[in-house]
Design a protein around this ligand. Structure first.
Ligand code: HEC
Length: 115
């Protein structure tokens, strides 16, 4: 194997480890710490207001992207502006976001048909 190939293998290994590193249990602890259920519902499938989104069973990459977009804010490319979620997303680390996304997507919900 040449140098380029071993470099590629190393990069791929890092990328796949990163995906595997998402920890749903840590995500469960993080949503408890930040009280996300107070708006999105204890089961994350019954938000306290019909205009608040359901999160249970949502694709993890979508949740991850949404949280990063709130952190970026409305004025940034690919950003989302929302007074509530901007504040909620702000303190989350990249790891928190991955873990939260893994946890929420693992929950049974009415959003998507589960495989
Ligand atoms: C005070 C109420 C409130 C709290 C607490 C709250 N959210 Fe939200 N969340 C909302 C509202 C309202 C929206 C819709 C905002 C919009 O229109 O963009 C939303 C949107 C979202 C979305 C985007 C969903 C989608 O379908 O695009 C995600 C993901 C999310 N919240 C995750 C969280 C997480 C994780 C926490 C805890 C760290 C949290 N929320 C705490 C009210 C709340």
């Amino acid at each position: 194997m040449n140098k380029m190939n071993s470099l590629l293998v190393a990069i791929l290994a890092c990328v796949s480890m990163n995906v595997l590193a998402a920890d749903a249990e840590a995500g469960k602890a993080a949503v408890a710490k930040y009280n996300c259920a107070s708006c999105h519902g204890a089961d994350f499938n019954s938000p306290i207001d019909p205009s608040y989104p359901k999160l249970a069973g949502q694709h993890s990459d979508y949740i991850e992207h949404a949280l990063i977009a709130y952190q970026r804010g409305a004025s940034a490319a690919n950003g989302r502006g929302n007074a509530i979620m901007g504040g909620m997303a702000k303190p989350l680390s990249k790891t928190d976001i991955k873990d939260i996304a893994a946890y929420l997507s693992s929950l049974p919900g009415s959003l998507v048909v589960r495989k």
